[in-house]
Design a protein. Structure first.
Length: 426
């Protein structure tokens, strides 16, 4: 399953949004950018809500009254989905959908007679999402992760949902910060026990260890060392043995996401179908993965590499991620970049295209900021702008007359401070 189109209207800060991609772009790295308050998290949560459905949503403990745009009485979330009949199974007979490979899902949020917001869905083209997308049949894979990705510190009431509501659990962390991805560590330990007992599923642990330890993933040659009843241990870049829970925020953020994603893929597709039989460095099932603030806690060098790594080693997944970092966009050479409008404006969100897209994908950080996709005039502090103005004055004066010795020294100092603007005159 992949998402071909997303439509959102009157959901929190998003009044109207249309996100659409071509068939050739399904699998890849799709980035959503925008100012604080523009609706990046709302965008991803709305998509996640449509993917889990109305029944699972009841366990979220959300105040749905907060979901409607202020002053509006009705909102909608629409998804146009591509599905593969060989993978994404349906209850009943396939004749319900004929030979079509696209299905549509619409969720409506509206105010009832008691002034409470209710969620309903509409059967579009005779497709009932309960028979496929929201059901328990194989396929229809999706998962979603919020910005607070960690192994411990979550609300224990939410942790119970990992057993009772597994489909919801795969999306749970994107809806709040009280969710920890602890279940994946228990899963790794269970795999170790199964391996010792001779259960074939236990062999997945060796493949997973090799996958995580391959070059290019964790910085400074950090690697997974050992899994036992005592916990999951890593060797960090300094050669120290540490429990995974004690690694730095960046490592924990990415490792918790990766382990939990692989666990969910194994749950849906079966452990035998995860790795490419001809290339154990790749995990091959298709599906949709939403990640809010993928750049959180990551050093810039890791921000630049992480999307490319996920894209190459999960080649059939459709990643839709939000970010504040232009470096994350560089992985969208296979994918797209969508820019949400500034808060309070009457603009519409749109795909970044043309020269601006080229600068995001292939330019350096200054080239990316020069597109204004991340806001206007964000590369300098106010104090720096004063120095730049003074340098421009000196450069302009130099064109007309000779500078004094003190002015020459001041100019040289300012040029050393701001080499990219060394000869600016305006």
């Amino acid at each position: 399953m992949y998402i071909q189109q997303i439509g959102i209207s009157n959901i929190r800060s998003i009044q109207e949004l249309d996100w659409k991609i071509a068939e050739s772009q399904y699998a890849g790295w799709h980035v959503v950018i925008g100012d604080n308050g523009s609706g990046k998290s709302t965008f991803l949560r709305a998509v996640a809500l449509a993917l889990i459905g109305t029944e699972e949503a009841a366990a979220l403990r959300q105040n749905w009254n907060d979901w409607l745009t202020q002053g509006e009485s009705k909102g909608e979330i629409f998804l146009n989905l591509y599905y593969d009949k060989k993978i994404d199974k349906l209850y009943g007979k396939d004749r319900i959908l004929g030979h079509e490979s696209m299905v549509q899902v619409s969720l409506f949020l509206s105010i009832d007679k008691k002034d409470h917001v209710k969620i309903e869905f509409d059967n579009i083209n005779e497709f009932n999402p309960k028979l496929g997308l929201w059901g328990k049949k194989p396929g229809w894979f999706s998962a979603a992760y919020g910005p607070y990705r960690r192994f411990k510190g979550g609300n224990q009431d939410y942790e119970k949902l990992f057993d009772s509501n597994p489909k919801l659990a795969a999306h749970l962390s994107i809806f709040g910060e009280d969710v920890a991805l602890t279940e994946c560590l228990k899963w790794l330990q269970d795999l170790q026990f199964k391996k010792l007992e001779g259960d074939p599923e236990g062999n997945l642990l060796d493949s997973l260890k090799e996958f995580v330890n391959q070059s290019g993933f964790l910085p400074h040659q950090a690697h997974l060392e050992h899994v036992s009843s005592k916990g999951v241990e890593f060797i960090d870049g300094n050669g120290c043995r540490l429990p995974v829970e004690e690694l730095s925020d960046g490592y924990r953020s990415i490792l918790s996401l990766t382990f939990e994603l692989i666990r969910q893929l194994a749950r849906v597709y079966g452990y035998q179908s995860i790795f490419d039989p001809n290339d154990p460095t790749k995990i091959i099932p298709p599906g949709v993965v939403l990640i809010d603030e993928i750049d959180a806690h990551l050093h810039p060098t890791w921000q630049r590499k992480i999307g490319i790594w996920f894209r190459e080693h999960f080649p059939n997944l459709q990643f839709i991620v939000s970010t504040h970092s232009p470096l994350i966009c560089q992985a969208a050479t296979v994918g797209t970049v969508y820019c949400l409008p500034k808060p309070g404006s009457n603009e519409l969100g749109s795909m970044v295209t043309g020269q601006d897209l080229d600068r995001l994908l292939y330019g350096n950080v200054l080239d990316a900021y020069g597109t204004e996709a991340f806001g206007a005039d964000v590369t300098r502090s106010d104090e720096s702008k004063k120095y730049l103005q003074r340098l421009a004055q000196l450069n302009c004066k130099e064109l007309r007359e000779q500078l004094t010795e003190d002015e020459r020294k001041e100019q040289q100092k300012l040029r050393a401070m701001m080499p990219t603007s060394a000869h600016q005159v305006n």
